[in-house]
Design a protein around this ligand. Structure first.
Ligand code: AMP
Length: 215
């Protein structure tokens, strides 16, 4: 099964992707996680991406497309994948279409997660992330706190507020989303695999996805 998750930062793409991964055993491909891993590891990719990420801007398409071309060819993608955070521009969507054409693969669901802006701002500014690049578990100080404050339940590393989750960076990310990523809704809306679902909680989103992939 192959699924694209669309939505603003903080719309819940990561949470929905995790639930789908548990349910179907297919890989979650999060370009944000890949980039954060590269920054932590100090690779050339990380060095090139870091400034854009801190400012809440998009990393250039050329870097992202290089990542995705390699990632989609890896063995774990044969059974399917969930794209979380890619595509984020029309140019990325066009390139994805070409990559899938070459691999003779079709997308089963393109899912837009709808969340009001005030909910997004609250969600992002209250989010804490495990600082261990191999873990990156996500918590929320109101709705999903770690058992011990500031310590990851899964691996025991400190949890941190990401550089791009400060109020200023959040505003920039939402502006970037409105300008560059929201037009993808129009791009996909006539695709029979497209659905747009309120995403205040993840479970109804999963149900909506199951109804479209089953039919
Ligand atoms: P995320 O965790 O998906 O919100 O991604 C964090 C940051 O990584 C974004 O604010 C961008 O700077 C960068 N990023 C992630 N995915 C992409 C993408 N598909 N295109 C461009 N930049 C991206």
């Amino acid at each position: 099964m192959r699924i694209i998750l669309l939505g603003a930062p903080g719309a819940g793409k990561g949470t929905v992707a995790e639930l789908l991964t548990d349910r179907f055993g297919i890989s979650q491909i999060s370009t944000g996680d890949i980039l954060r891993g590269a920054v932590k590891a100090g690779t050339d990719l990380g060095a090139a991406a870091e400034g854009y990420m801190k400012r809440g801007e998009l990393v250039p398409d050329s870097l992202i497309l290089g990542i995705m071309e390699n990632r989609l060819l890896q063995d774990d993608c044969r059974e399917g994948f969930i794209l979380d955070g890619f595509p984020r521009t029309i140019a990325q969507a066009e390139s994805l279409k070409k990559m899938l054409g070459i691999l003779a693969l079709k997308i089963d669901a393109v899912v837009n997660l709808e969340v009001p802006v005030d909910v997004i701002i609250r969600r992002l500014s209250s989010r804490r992330t495990c600082s261990n690049p191999a873990c990156q578990a996500i918590y929320n100080i109101y709705t999903k706190p770690s058992r011990m404050e500031g310590i990851c339940d899964k691996c025991g590393s400190p949890t941190i507020q990401r550089d791009d989750e400060t109020e200023e960076a959040i505003k920039q990310r939402l502006a970037t989303y409105a300008e560059k990523t929201a037009p993808l809704i129009d791009y996909y809306k006539n695709d029979p695999a497209f659905i747009s679902v309120p995403s205040l909680r993840p479970e109804p989103v999963i149900d909506a996805i199951l109804s479209i992939v089953d039919r």
